[in-house]
Write a protein that binds this ligand. Sequence first.
Ligand code: UDP
Length: 244
Amino acid sequence: MHSIRPRLINENGLRVDGRRPDELRPIKMEVGVLEKSDGSAYVEFGGTKVFAAVFGPREAHPKHLALPDRAILNCRYHMTSFSVEERKPLGMTRREIELSKVIREALETVAFLEEFPRASIDVYIEVIQADGGTRTAGLTAASLALADASIPMADLIAAVAVGKVDGQLVLDLCDLEDKYGEADMPVAMAPRFNSVVLLQLNGKFSPSEFKKGLTLAQKGIAEIYRLQQETLKKKFSASRPMEV
Ligand code: UDP
């Protein structure tokens, strides 16, 4: 049987979308994009497009779930049915439930939840177009939306996946690379503390590939973090009242 696996690195060492192995996709970020929520963000990594919205802190509901010493952080990662080519079930899939959990756990490492006892903070991530790296784009957007909602945090979270395609380590995989590559490792960090808050691995890395992959992810994360800070500065300096 013939393999239909496409070639992922060409003779010039470039990837299916023309990038070098250590190159991120074009990134767009904006905060305060939705009016009904307390904080929001839109993040685009190439063809991956994600909205995040935050409500709260507000009184936890139902009340019996409220915690006496901190806020509950609820998180829902969801892919719209039109975000992917193949028909996606309308409800939450097992994958979406798992991703909601790991994203929440990553956000809990930086948010000062103890400042809001008995409250809840609700984070919604909606993937509107998926082309690989939706959990990392979602997490990047969610931390921006939390900052936009003025939730105190020790740091932002910036995230990107690294992987192995045609035997080569690459940064920020697109869907084709994710599907046909040998490994995919999403990494999220609180860069200020140089702390990894999410790391998953699908496929196989040798110990040295793992080390190199993590360094490559850190490089991408530094750039994403810089863009996040720039995006927040732009919003907050624009909304600051004029000094007289
Ligand atoms: N994908 C899809 N349908 C699904 C789940 C994923 O088409 O139900 C595609 C989508 O492009 C996604 C990619 O597969 O970005 C990789 O999915 P994965 O589970 O590795 O998560 P992600 O890389 O998006 O965080």
